[in-house]
Design a protein around this ligand. Structure first.
Ligand code: CS2
Length: 508
């Protein structure tokens, strides 16, 4: 395999012999005169009570919302904004953070990087599948007033129409009444308990890269409720209407998967072994729709923007940054580049990335006040070029079936509707098709296909059988990704075939 997707080598999990980061070891370490190279938690973790439940505690949450929440608590002197993190699948984050009393470090890389920061806002980690009852209990706790989510695009379990996929076996099992394991199931069962126990209003805040993430979440909860027997959810819809809010938000920070080298660096800086360290860039942005059902952390005091109009920010970020990221991931991986920075250093790809943003994306955007798109573009490209991040192309390439519609197909639809053919957005989509179909880079190394639709994609690629025209047809026929409109667009089809032929060296 060309790249391991950032997995930690098992050898490193063998104890280094160093003491592990924890509340007990942090304090003596803090006295050792090395404080210029790292900073201790901004609040006393021992004093923090939980007020936020977070579903999907991966590296991104730890480098983003958990930091904002800790800084907000520190700025206001509040001790009631600790976080219970819930993993949606594996136990690894619990195993990393449990023995460390929830502590972990954030290691910034690149120009302007701050010293390593130990974060203490995560007070508890639950493994969702192992402890579904505790997850519902926490969501129903009256002390909890905000539930945040980073469950990735596929964690919403949407079907071809964008609504809840009621044919998904996990959704069906949650609907049938088992202790819930899907994010939407956990939320509905938690709200049901809140209503029953009069636990008070709560805000559900999706922090995933989706268009209108709050509205999407609300729609999926409605779908789930609609599928339950009316007697089971009596009064719940009315209570949700009055006591629950679903603000949208735009999150932005590049957080690659942690590697063995990152852990070694944290150990060198801290003098303690930290198995939960996350690596990120200095940049961090959070724009949140200011529509909460009850109290919330004062995130604005930690640098977040609270506004009534999040939609424009969200679209700019998804279409400019994430779309270009995906383009560099597919085309870069095919050309043998291991990292996004290496892909961008390839002139051919740098030109395509800039052209995607300028020619195809920018004309589709409604720009919010105070945002200069040219500056935004330059900043995105400078962030992607950060060589210290080592963000792997194959990591960004995963889950393409979920990402393409959000990042690229809106731009394509808008440009087609305006009578233009979006050549560069089509190039990114063609890059994905070839990545899937070929599964090997220019040096014949494997490119992993990690995608919830992997089997369907492989079958569609096999139908293509090396012929660009057939490959484009079989891919465009996947309605979950392309809907039913794009396959009938002759000009789009022609440009896709042209790009696929160019990328595969086969002229059809
Ligand atoms: C990336 C994002 O992995 C991906 O698909 O495009 O995670 C990206 O790094 C973040 O959205 C940046 O905010």
């Amino acid at each position: 395999m060309a790249a391991g997707g950032g997995a930690v080598s098992p050898a490193f999990e063998v104890s280094t012999g160093a003491r592990r980061l924890s509340l007990a070891t942090l304090e003596p370490a803090a006295g050792h005169g090395r404080r210029t190279s790292w900073t201790a938690p901004a609040v006393d973790p021992r004093a923090l009570r939980v007020g936020v439940v977070h579903l999907g505690i991966g590296a991104f949450h730890r480098a983003h919302q958990a930091v904002f929440t800790e800084l907000a608590a520190a700025a206001t002197g509040r001790d009631d904004w600790g976080i219970t993190g819930v993993t949606q699948r594996s136990a690894s984050v619990r195993d990393q953070l449990g023995p460390q009393d929830g502590l972990y470090s954030v290691l910034e890389r690149g120009r302007g990087a701050a010293p390593l920061r130990v974060v203490g806002s995560v007070r508890e980690v639950l493994v969702g599948p192992d402890d579904p009852v505790a997850v519902v209990d926490r969501i129903a706790d009256p002390a909890v007033r905000v539930v945040t989510l980073t469950v990735t695009e596929k964690g919403y379990r949407r079907g071809a129409t964008g609504r809840l996929d009621r044919s998904d076996p996990e959704v069906m099992a949650d609907l049938a009444g088992r202790p819930p394991r899907t994010a939407v199931g956990q939320l509905v069962r938690g709200l049901q308990r809140r209503l029953a126990s009069d636990a008070g209003p709560v805000t559900l805040l999706s922090c995933d890269n989706l268009v209108g993430n709050g509205t999407v979440l609300r729609g999926l909860l409605d779908d789930f409720l609609d599928a339950l027997p009316p007697a089971e959810v009596h009064g719940l819809a009315d209570w949700i209407a009055t006591s629950v809010r679903f603000p949208s938000c735009m999150v932005d920070r590049i957080v690659p998967a942690t590697t063995a080298e990152d852990r070694a660096e944290a150990l060198a800086v801290l003098g303690l072994e930290d198995r939960g360290v996350v690596v990120t860039e200095p940049f961090s942005q959070w724009v949140v729709e200011d529509d909460f059902a009850a109290d919330r952390p004062a995130w604005e005091l930690a640098g977040a923007v609270l506004t009534r109009d999040v939609a424009a920010w969200e679209t700019v970020k998804l279409r400019m940054l994430n779309a270009t990221h995906s383009m560099l991931a597919y085309l870069g991986a095919l050309r043998g580049h291991e990292t996004i920075a290496a892909a961008l250093a390839d002139d051919h790809l740098a030109t395509a990335a800039a052209a995607l943003m300028v020619e195809d994306v920018a004309p589709t955007l409604r720009v919010s006040d105070g945002l200069d798109l040219a500056d935004y573009r330059r900043e995105v490209l400078a962030r992607f070029a950060n060589p210290a991040l080592r963000h792997r192309t194959v990591q960004v390439a995963m889950d393409g079936s979920q990402k393409l519609p959000v990042r690229l197909l809106g731009t394509i639809r808008d440009r087609l509707a305006a009578g233009a053919v979006p050549r560069y957005a089509a190039l990114a989509v063609a890059g994905w098709m070839v990545y899937v179909a070929r599964g090997r880079d220019v040096r014949d190394r494997d490119l992993p296909l990690e995608d919830p639709l992997a089997d369907r994609l492989r079958a569609a690629a096999a139908t293509g059988d090396g012929d660009p025209r057939r490959l484009v047809s079989s891919m465009l026929d996947i309605q979950e990704i392309f809907g039913t409109d794009l396959r009938d667009h002759d000009e789009l089809r022609a440009v896709l075939i042209d790009h696929v032929a160019g990328l595969t060296g086969v002229r059809g």
